[in-house]
Design a protein around this ligand. Structure first.
Ligand SMILES: [Zn+2]
Length: 52
């Protein structure tokens, strides 16, 4: 079993930390923080997917 790819989103405004998958990551980038509505950048959601 392979765990789904996740990213750790840390809001620059409210400092809330949330584990998100790729779909949620895209939603955050599009609509902003789900908690406080602050704009979200690529850096806030863990940057590029981890490649090994
Ligand atoms: Zn926030």
């Amino acid at each position: 079993m392979t765990p789904p790819p996740t990213h750790t989103f840390v809001c620059p405004e409210c400092r809330r930390s949330i584990e998100v998958d790729d779909a949620m990551r895209a939603t955050l980038l599009e609509t902003g923080c789900v908690v406080c509505g602050a704009p979200v950048t690529e850096e806030d959601v863990g940057g590029a997917p981890a490649m090994s």
